[in-house]
Design a protein around this ligand. Sequence first.
Ligand code: TTP
Ligand code: MG
Length: 353
Amino acid sequence: MSRCIAHLDIDAFYASVELQRRPELQGLPVIVAGSGPRAVVTTASYEARRFGVGSAMPAARAMRLCPEAVVIAPDFTAYREVSARVMELVRGQVDDVEVMGLDEAYLDLGGLLSPRAAMRRLVVAIREDTGMSASVGIGPNKLVANVASDAEKPAGFVVLTREQACARFAGARPGLVPGIGPKTAARLEALGIATLAALAATPDDVLAAHFGARQGPWLARRARFEDDGAVTSERIAVSESRETTFDTDIAGAHRLEEILRRLAGELCEGLARHERRGRTIAIKVRLDDFSTITRARTIAQPTNDAATVADLAVALLREYAPPRPVRLVGVRVAAFAEAEAEAASAPQLALPL
Ligand code: TTP
Ligand code: MG
């Protein structure tokens, strides 16, 4: 292997944090979800997954599938704290770490004498220190590492060369590979390409004809587990946001402004804790017909002041004047001062607002 990259991902992350502080729930099906008619499951313990419960499923449906499940409301502060501790342990072992989310990271193991042993030690350290169970994939590139980390969850530890990955997942659906979403997978299937092996063997010109000169051949490269993306350490978050979906759509401007102010307050509290300030304040509004708009304004001085952010968010909302009842509002602070240099050169993080 020329390069050696690991992908580490915590198992059933939010649920595991909840189980950690409520050991009496160990072994029970646990679902972390909000409340209300529109709540969705953020994650489910592996016991609950056996009933078919999964992320992004409406909570009501999850309860029908698994009526005995214990439902817990999400506590993002707790998840951020555990995440920070996990990443601290990761950085203690490896210099080049690319954090992809609260519970996952790519690690460049290139400099290590014995990468597998180092990763085994790291998994033990994470378990002892935080109680979290992690799955690890190791491979010659990020793509192999990512798919390998998912292959034997929970507590997986899978090491594959690119060729081994091709052989092991030859019969898997193309959607197994990150970057091939459900729409692309459906189009591939309509063309009779139902497996990664079939996709890998499809000539570039055929794929280019259907998916374009860039995306077509790229799909086949993904299916061959080719990936030359580097682990770019310290991907700095360039924005943070809070949003909320209402139980019933809201038409009153006053009520919307109140909610936007509360979200701005929560957002700024988190920013202040991490001493982060941003210059761009944005709002997101989703109407009852699911159309979604964002409006943003950039100010001269970076801020994390709740009143400043709330005033701007409310001004943006008044300018937009939602033409229909509103289903969701969100507020975002972006372009953090310390991240501005990076943000100018790196592509904007595709975080949902
Ligand atoms: P994942 O790593 O995708 O899921 P997971 O850690 O719960 O389970 P596993 O890795 O064992 O398959 O996401 C990490 C956390 O992100 C998850 O615990 C909850 C949150 N999340 C959502 O809020 N909504 C979602 O749709 C998904 C997929 C995750
Ligand atoms: Mg996970």
